[in-house]
Design a protein around this ligand. Structure first.
Ligand SMILES: Cc1cc2nc3c(=O)[nH]c(=O)nc-3n(C[C@H](O)[C@H](O)[C@H](O)COP(=O)(O)OP(=O)(O)OC[C@H]3O[C@@H](n4cnc5c(N)ncnc54)[C@H](O)[C@@H]3O)c2cc1C
Length: 360
């Protein structure tokens, strides 16, 4: 073990969850965050809507002032054509936690990274390979950046749940949902601040205006739908298809097609009750624990909230508090799965279509 540099906590994955956890742990903890990519990230990830309830978590991270100065956009009303063909408006003002924001996601992650560094977290970036073993109460990590050990190891690798999978933990992930998305340049900064959600026979769309003159357009469909491969290659066809819906056409007028990217987006859930089976001191947070369907718009909130709960559990001693952490996360998962099922049952007019049948 002498060859392994000692830490109190090693977190693998420097996304919002991993960086938030590193920042929240007490300063006397020696914390290492290992990240596969070189940071700061260059292209913006998808996932930009942050609910107003996240303000409490940003305050806990001591980030509210920096967050307010970062140029994120306040969210407007959500307008959906979902249960039937009539647009349904839900005004942001009705949310007691406040309207929330459309994020400049790259800036958001840079802010979290600066916060973690200010908190004394060691960041190991460009870490391509991590091998893990558990010996005598310590997690031993052999990586491309060196060898490290710690009594607590946290999986914050996102939807892949890389560490959990390596340790043989099962994931429930049987929704073959694919998100196709484009970042479109707006000719002029749009005054429209609505989030627009539209169901159709093959899936569902959303579009929101982003800060700095961009708009995201996303289409969620089955990964094995042959149309997805066509749309991935044909930005013009994606935009044309979106414009068939009046709700989307209104805000896509005059915008030019842009590269289409694809991301798996279905629910992916670690079976939380297995956590103690891999050895003491192992936790998963953020998407590595529960990756939400984008319909929920809850992924970032959950990343920050699960990081806060994990920090509390680690500081109170995991042997005592792991059970409470598991219970909390199980309750979150159950509530989420219940709401998700109810949401996908909404568009009854498509109930004969393969996409909707799979999810009802
Ligand atoms: C299409 C789509 C739309 C979404 N829209 C929204 C939205 O509107 N609102 C919202 O709140 N959320 C949204 N989300 C979800 C949100 O983006 C995620 O919940 C959030 O990014 C999760 O943060 P995380 O830190 O857990 O994981 P990630 O952001 O995925 O970060 C994981 C990090 O771990 C690193 N990593 C992975 N494997 C390894 C490894 N082996 N070694 C080292 N590092 C590794 C990755 O490089 C990455 O930096 C959306 C997601 C999708 C797919």
């Amino acid at each position: 073990m002498a060859d392994y540099r000692p830490y109190d906590v090693v977190i693998v994955g420097a996304g919002p969850a991993g960086l938030a956890l590193g920042s929240l742990l007490r300063p006397e903890y020696r914390v290492l965050v290992l990240e596969r990519r070189a940071l700061p990230i260059r292209s913006s990830p998808i996932g930009e809507s942050l609910p107003g309830a996240a303000a409490v978590l940003l305050q806990r991270l001591n980030l509210m002032a920096a967050f307010r100065d970062a140029g994120h956009r306040e969210r407007g009303a959500a307008v959906s054509v979902w249960d039937n063909d009539k647009p349904f408006w839900r005004d942001a003002i009705q949310d007691p936690a406040g309207p929330g924001w459309y994020l400049d996601r790259r800036e958001f992650e840079q802010m979290l990274r600066r916060r973690a560094q200010d908190a004394g977290v060691t960041l190991g970036e460009g870490c391509k390979q991590v091998d893990i073993r558990h010996r005598q109460g310590q997690w031993l990590l052999d990586t491309t950046l060196g060898s490290f050990r710690a009594p607590v190891l946290v999986d914050a690798t996102g939807r892949s749940g890389h560490l959990g999978r390596r340790l043989g933990l099962r994931r429930y992930a049987d929704d073959p949902l694919l998100c196709l998305y484009s970042f479109l340049d707006q000719v002029a900064e749009s005054q429209d601040a609505t989030m627009r959600i539209q169901a159709d026979a093959r899936g569902w769309w959303y579009t929101v205006p982003l800060p700095h003159g961009q708009r995201v357009l996303a289409y969620h469909m089955d990964i094995d739908d042959p149309l997805s491969r066509q749309l991935l290659r044909r930005p013009d066809a994606l935009l044309a298809r979106a414009r068939e819906h009046a709700l989307l056409a209104e805000v896509l007028e005059g915008l030019a097609p842009a590269r289409v990217r694809g991301r798996p987006a279905g629910t992916s859930l670690l079976e939380v009750d297995q956590l103690p089976k891999v050895g003491s001191g192992f936790l998963a947070i953020g998407d590595a624990l529960l990756a939400f369907d984008p319909l929920a718009s809850q992924g970032l909130f959950h990343s920050l909230a699960s990081a806060a709960s994990a920090a509390k559990a680690i500081e109170s001693g995991l042997h005592q508090s792991l059970g409470a952490y598991q219970q909390e996360m199980q309750a979150v998962s159950q509530r989420y799965l219940w709401h998700l099922k109810a949401s996908y049952q909404g568009p009854r007019r498509f109930s004969q279509e393969a996409f909707w049948q799979r999810r009802q």
